[in-house]
Design a protein around this ligand. Sequence first.
Ligand SMILES: [Zn+2]
Length: 85
Amino acid sequence: MEKRTLMTKLDGYQPFWFYEKDDFKGRVTKFYTGNSSDDMKLEKEMPIPDDSIICDYCDDAITEFPVPVFHGHALCPKCYKQVIT
Ligand SMILES: [Zn+2]
């Protein structure tokens, strides 16, 4: 993955990561139980299918690579255009 710093409409220059298809392999969703950070316990890990890449802002499926990732959130081309200037 490649890091670029781009001008955004939100808060000036921000770091973006550009993920290739391989960079999405091996992801898991983690489920915790507990009421506070002291008694948090990892209960379950569920693998995320490697080809299930969804925009974190509008839930559209992402099929174009590389995928811009902004603060840990994948962006589809439409949302990416709304964020950068
Ligand atoms: Zn989107």
